[in-house]
Design a protein around this ligand. Structure first.
Ligand code: CA
Length: 230
């Protein structure tokens, strides 16, 4: 089983080294970003499982990063900051952070927060690897490789079925074009992003063939798609 991929956003080299050394010693996978712009790109293209975020970055306030990431992702965000004021903590949590660590923090404290977050991820993943997915009047039988709408089997192409499963396994989460095309085609070429739009349109048409099924797939213009939890 893969260890979660952690995105470490921190401009202070000493703190970043402490975090990445700890992660390495405990067999975590990680990627690093030293400013806000790089952080947004890394979050979009790598779709990390957990984000560790320093609030005070040279080019962007960490709270703005949380706000941006939350537009398309539910990835757990643990804020790490030197600021001990309640105001900053509340601001970060209001913006959608999951947890908060104040500098100086102990390595044990960091590892404990990561374990708590991993347990939550495990619960989310257990739901996604279940043999059946049910959302409103949509049911996917993964074992049989079939999807049903109001009990009737949907006639989907293999590509549409693959897309539907990917959206279902990430229900409630906005998936970026890059993420989807990487999962489906193994790359994020422009031509595949164009194809994605076509496949998504036909899939949506089939999902919306029944009157009360129109709320399944939400389009985030310029970002991606999300299956709504009904
Ligand atoms: Ca900093």
């Amino acid at each position: 089983m893969n260890k979660p991929l952690i995105l470490v956003i921190e401009d202070d080299k000493a703190v970043r080294t402490l975090i990445t050394t700890t992660l390495k010693a405990h067999d975590y996978r990680f990627i690093e970003a030293v400013n806000g712009e790089a952080a947004i790109i890394a979050a979009t293209s790598h779709n990390p499982d957990i984000i560790l975020l320093d609030l005070g970055l040279p080019d962007m306030d960490g709270v703005d990063i949380i706000t941006r990431v939350r537009m398309w992702s539910n990835v757990p965000i643990i804020v790490i900051s030197a600021r001990s004021e309640d105001f900053d903590k509340i601001g970060a949590l209001d913006a959608g952070a999951d947890d908060y660590l104040t500098k100086p923090f102990s390595v044990d404290e960091l590892l404990a927060r990561l374990r708590v977050t991993q347990r939550r991820l495990a619960i989310m993943n257990a739901e996604s690897v279940s043999s059946e997915f049910v959302n409103g009047n949509l049911r996917i039988d993964y074992a049989a490789g079939c999807a049903y709408l109001n009990g009737d089997e949907m006639h989907l192409t293999p590509m549409e079925y693959k897309l539907l499963c990917l959206l279902a396994q990430n229900v409630g989460k906005v998936l970026t074009h890059t993420f989807i095309t990487q999962k489906i085609w193994g790359n994020a070429w422009e031509s595949n992003i164009a194809s994605l739009r076509v496949f998504m349109a036909t899939l949506r048409k089939k999902l919306e063939s029944v009157p009360d099924s129109s709320q399944f797939i939400q389009t985030h213009v310029g970002v991606g798609y999300r299956m709504m939890k009904l």
